[in-house]
Design a protein around this ligand. Structure first.
Ligand SMILES: [Zn+2]
Length: 94
């Protein structure tokens, strides 16, 4: 049975989707996941749902958010940079 996963343009990737793929744990403010951008022994990537459906990511181990997002993109877990990327209080958002 084929799923109904959209594969391009209008895909909306929620913080929860990212967290589930990265086997994240729910926290009071979002999720904490293994960071795809470095060899993460213990989960250090915070993923949260921002306002207006934007997703916030932050690696406590010090990865540049740019790099984290690049990796998420490669994993198909991030909408492309084309529009809406902003630096918001140190967090890249979409
Ligand atoms: Zn990291």
């Amino acid at each position: 049975m084929a799923g109904s996963t959209p594969d391009t343009a209008m895909i909306t990737i929620s913080a929860e989707t990212i967290a589930r793929k990265l086997k994240g744990r729910r926290t009071s403010v979002g999720w904490i996941c293994h960071c795809p951008s470095h060899d993460d022994k213990r989960p250090s990537l915070a993923v949260a749902e921002g306002r207006h459906g934007r997703v916030l990511v932050y690696c406590f181990a010090g990865c540049k958010q740019w790099n984290v997002i690049r990796r998420l993109e490669q994993l198909g877990l991030w909408n492309s940079f084309k529009k809406g990327v902003r630096l918001d209080r140190g967090l890249y958002c979409r």
